[in-house]
Design a protein around this ligand. Structure first.
Ligand code: ACO
Length: 329
């Protein structure tokens, strides 16, 4: 990247309704013990009837604006990373823009599954190279519950709903966080291992047809696990090396909150001690593109982003897509 850009505000929002493992025991053949042991998840937040992704992103945006102490009129671009948009058309960025009382901005959705937010960081970083006055609202928001097959115990225990947002600017302020570097990758030959195909042009809906299982999340869990760990570890090593850092220089690793075993494996292979690895998957589950910005919003609210820290983000998702970003608070 030619020059750094800066995060001026962080925000996270999860819907009020909580779905516990004990609630899931009543829905499918599973147990709190199985879910906790295999995933570390205890509960997840789920939208109320009628609540959609833009309701979550707009709330997270309000928190980020307040954190940045920024007037909303100063926002120049609205980016929303999501694989569960409100609709195919209009995009969720336009709806978010309207819900926070704006119009006239560039408003774009990004699709890179769980990696969408980190992909968005790269895009926002590129935009500020050409537009000096840019103040970009970048949200990661998901209503995973809308694409969950609630009869499939393999997947329905994993996901949750929520949104996170950051505001990215070309110029720093007193407490802003620098986006130092971002590295992204992908491998489309592995696309069938994690899918939400139904309704896309490869599997269109037909009027009157019963909704097929492919409408919902389908996943080959063990394969996903293997690739997720390998890819996140590899991209983190590359990024640290490129920036002259060792694992000891990383004050906090924020990995995609897919499940506890993936998080632990990534931390261990990178030799980053457990106490420096951020975890909230137990409380929110896997919120896909919202996972990292929710974690960042929570870390900011909890006072964990004090000045002078190196924060390493890493992500992995359907596509497959993956990446890492280095932040300096
Ligand atoms: N409750 C009880 N039993 C279950 C459940 C459940 N919720 N889900 C699966 N099982 C059963 C299976 O049916 C299987 O039973 P069988 O042996 O009688 O056939 C048994 O448990 C073992 O199933 P596996 O799939 O082999 O279980 P595994 O140990 O691999 O754990 C898991 C499954 C947790 C999904 C694991 O593969 C994993 O963590 N994968 C990573 C996937 C992931 O996190 N994806 C998130 C989306 S991608 C991303 O965000 C990066």
């Amino acid at each position: 990247m030619k020059k750094q850009c800066y995060i001026r505000g962080f925000g996270a929002f999860v819907p009020e309704k909580v779905l516990t493992n004990f609630d899931l025991e009543k829905m499918v053949d599973t147990s709190d013990e199985w879910i906790k042991t295999r995933t570390g998840i205890e509960q997840r937040h789920i939208v109320a009837e009628g609540q959609s992704t833009s309701d979550l992103t707009s709330q997270a945006a309000e928190v980020a604006l307040a954190d940045a102490k920024m007037n909303r009129e100063e926002l120049s671009h609205i980016l929303v990373a999501t694989c569960t948009p409100d609709a195919y058309c209009p995009n969720t960025a336009c709806i978010t823009e309207d819900k926070i009382g704006l119009k006239g901005r560039m408003a774009l959705d990004l699709s890179a599954a769980c990696s969408g937010f980190v992909y968005g960081l790269k895009l926002a970083s590129s935009l500020v190279q050409t537009e000096e006055d840019a103040n970009i609202l970048l949200c990661g928001g998901e209503t995973m519950s809308s694409r969950t097959n609630w009869e499939d115990r393999n997947t329905c225990v994993l996901f949750g709903d929520g949104a996170g947002a950051v505001i990215i600017s070309a110029t720093p302020t007193e407490n802003s966080t620098a986006v130092v570097d971002v590295e992204l990758s992908s491998d489309g030959s592995l696309r069938d291992l994690l899918t939400i195909r139904g309704g896309g042009s490869s599997l269109p809906y037909k009027v009157g047809q019963t909704v097929p299982d492919e409408h919902f999340i389908m996943m080959q869990g063990r394969e996903v696990f293997k690739h997720a760990v390998r890819s996140m570890v590899g991209v983190c090593k590359d990024l640290m090396e490129r920036n002259g850092l060792t694992p000891d220089d990383i004050d906090m690793l924020i990995p995609h909150q897919a499940n506890m075993r993936i998080i632990e494996a990534v931390g261990k292979k990178l030799t980053i001690a457990t106490e420096r690895v951020f975890v909230n998957v137990d409380k929110v589950g896997n919120t896909s593109a919202a996972s990292i910005p929710i974690a960042l919003g929570q870390a900011k609210a909890d006072g964990l982003l004090e000045p002078g820290k190196n924060i390493l983000l890493t992500t992995f998702g359907g596509g497959f897509t993956w990446g890492a970003a280095l932040l300096r608070t």
